[in-house]
Design a protein around this ligand. Sequence first.
Ligand code: ADP
Ligand code: MG
Ligand code: MG
Length: 257
Amino acid sequence: NSILKIEDLHVAVEETPILRGVNLEIRQGEIHALMGPNGSGKSTLAYALAGHPKYTITSGKIEIDGTDIVELDPCERARLGLFLAFQYPVVIPGVKVADFIRHAVTNVRNPDRKEGETLMPMREFRKEIKERMTELGMETGFARRYLNEGFSGGEKKRMEILQLAMLQPKFAVLDETDSGLDSDAVKVVSEGVNRLAGPGMGVLIITHHERLLEYNIPQYTHVMLGGKIVETGGADLARELHSDGYKSVRERHPQEA
Ligand code: ADP
Ligand code: MG
Ligand code: MG
């Protein structure tokens, strides 16, 4: 079983320290929820995992099975089995959903391939994407849509979930902003993750959304406060935070609050 290990991670944005010693271990097959008040650093952790250039790792480690990935670019991280939806460009004019996923899949599966070399054969790819879409209950016409062009919230999430199904990463990090998730988007993410999560995939889902947490009951819930994970518990901790908020967590951790 693979393991994603984050050790004493410190991250700064434009010289400002944001994460101040994050420790977290996720094994393949586990679902972890990351919660915490707005501004506590949850998205910063997701960006740092993705290798976003704006987020500087000032100290600490991120390892996949003992390989430190801090110096690797987002593409190399993906090859090691890490998936982050926003690792990929938001809008690429003239590129269809299927083209984009075909490139991503080729890149992840053939690490030695050079830019411009042959993509995964079309016939094979079409068969595979069609199977995945059928399993996910998606209309196959979606693959012919132009990427993100006029996508609804739900369609953006369909794109994410379809990528997840095709790439089958060892670790998926999903930063689901709670505001702006319409009911279609919530349905796509909760059912999609539920269908795809399994022994081969470790999931870190950043959300407070009740439905997402209910569909994908986390084995572990982590609470971030002031750039640190201050508490870890089970699914009951997620429920408690959802109904009671962060007042008592802040009281228990006055230094981070
Ligand atoms: P959360 O996702 O928990 O709401 P964030 O990781 O978005 O928290 O933000 C944590 C802190 O880092 C906030 O104070 C925020 O203002 C700051 N921050 C995050 N990203 C940036 C950025 N790109 N530029 C400047 N400040 C940032
Ligand atoms: Mg926020
Ligand atoms: Mg955020």
